[in-house]
Write a protein that binds this ligand. Structure first.
Ligand code: FES
Length: 123
């Protein structure tokens, strides 16, 4: 992971993130080091802190996947809570009203970048 300027943190080339695929990254965020999942959904690159709202587990802690079988929801592999990929809101009754922590990303001609004022390179 390298930085392009003070705000943006390099994630990956666009061709390395196919529809429905995800990448993991580690960044500094608001004074701590966190793990993030970056994925492509309906063509859009999105990212959230990789931390379930139910218990402090990563979404892919039990399986190497973050989407449910339909591909329409993010799913924590620990107990199966699902989330709306577009806004991180929990779509399961048990954690209704809670949401994943979004990390701003942008995609341009050079690739995919974190572009979040609270994010810094973890290296
Ligand atoms: S820890 Fe994620 S669903 Fe329980």
């Amino acid at each position: 992971m390298s930085t392009n300027n003070a705000q943006r943190i390099w994630v990956a080339a666009s061709e390395h993130l196919a529809e429905g695929a995800y990448l993991r990254a580690r960044i500094g965020y608001a004074g701590e080091t966190i793990d993030v999942v970056v994925f492509r959904f309906k063509g859009q690159c999105l990212a959230y802190r990789n931390l379930c709202v139910h218990m402090p587990r990563e979404l892919d802690c039990e399986q190497d996947m973050i989407f449910d079988a339909t591909g329409q929801y993010l799913r924590c592999s620990m107990h199966g809570i699902v989330y709306d990929p577009l806004n991180g809101e929990c779509a399961s009754e048990i954690c209704a009203g809670k949401k994943l922590t979004p990390i701003a990303v942008v995609e341009d001609a050079d690739g995919i970048w974190f572009d979040d004022r609270l994010a810094i390179s973890a290296s």
